[in-house]
Design a protein around this ligand. Sequence first.
Ligand code: UD1
Ligand code: CA
Length: 468
Amino acid sequence: MPSHEFEEPPSLTQPVRGIVLAAGKGTRMRSNLPKVLHLLRGLPIIEHSLRSVLQATGNKPLIVVGQDAAAVRAAVGERADFAVQSEQLGTGHAVMQAEAALRGDPAQQFIITAADMPLVRAETLRHIAAERERSGAAIVMLTVVVNDPRGFGRVVRDAGGNVSAIVEEVACSPAQLKVNELNGAIYCVEAAWLWGALRRIQPNPRKGEYFLTDLVEIAVADGRTVRAIVGADVDECIGINTRVDLADADAALRRRINRAHMLNGVSIVDPATTYIDLDVTIGADTTILPNTHLLGRTRIGSVSVIGPDALLRDSVVGDGCEVCQSVLEEAQVDDGGGVGPFSHLREGAYVGQHAHVGNFGEMKKSRLGARSKMGHFSYLGDATVGEGVNIGAGAITCNYDGVRKNPTIIGDGAFIGSDTLLVAPVEVGANATTGAGAVVTKNVPPDSVAVGLPARVIRRKPPKSSDV
Ligand code: UD1
Ligand code: CA
């Protein structure tokens, strides 16, 4: 029983194509959402299998879809071809639905995977195909040896160690139930043999379904070899049938993602409470502190510190930044910028180089220029703030007049006094100052001081030394 630690993906000489089974009803999820569209680390379950198959084969797979065809097609788009299985008569029947589209396909072998096995790696699929090419077996399959049977089919081997059958749990004898080598439901099958063999599968007497797993006995009856590769990473064979499986898969995938980042030079203080989606990138020497969620297409630069308790979704953080106990959504923080503790950067928020927002600051569709500070209880909405600006405690933009959102512009070097209300649309010129509690309803010219309710200009300021 050879066990393989897959390293270098081998090259294949025979063309190969993927068939992904996704037509099952997913009853055990107890959900209105199709099973394969539930999210796993931020991506639909099927997206994971699709990417692995695309990467392993280099061409579009054929996805067998069922009652949820429209929703699955919408999620996958042009990256696959589709066949429809209108009645769910089992995994063998599902592959039969692919025949019309794939007969005459130049592929000499097919990788068959289940969409609900999202953790299988592209390299593993290539190894299975390479082993099939090398051995000339009718089928090479992935198995896993574990002590928890998970309801999986059991792998039966003959006295010589060759695979002779896969027996589904419902059909197992008491002795077979004790077998701890399980079917991973990932196969590479010779194309010339597949279609004829499928036609010989009989409906299972207990469930009335056509089990794909019966192909093993059919191959053996044909005098063909069936080889099994025992996967070294048991996580690859997590199949998602229930929401309990989904949580297990998420935990396993998180471990895998965190490990890859750590090996890439990112410090993760507590991997168990660090949640990083698949497409996130992080530069070297960045530290991720506990209870941090890096989601979607978030990108983090180098030598930054993120967390604790941070949630970043689809956001970009530069080099040398700090983000502490804050939420960022479609926001950007430039090099050296600081956020938090306790800030909320919403869509279109931009914090410039070495700028800082913290202590209950909120920003939406707003820019805070380089070296500007907004340290205490502030809100910027639809605002453009220049460089070197100080936004005093409690200052806010009143950007919404009940009908529309209006812009606020604050020039370089301005000083916005504590509790200033900027009633938009309004502009505060460069180097201007507003007094504490000012309600600014009209533009404040550059280099002037405005105070009161409504704010009035009370004096011009002497030019700054740098302006002379
Ligand atoms: C299947 C295998 C089992 C293996 C397990 C690993 C069979 C009979 N059993 O069991 O040996 O250990 O996977 O996860 O193959 N599907 C269709 N059409 C159908 C039925 C299923 O497209 O009519 C698809 C499902 O969407 C799913 C996959 O095939 O992606 C597997 O089906 P599922 O019912 O989940 O099989 P398991 O009981 O998990
Ligand atoms: Ca399954």
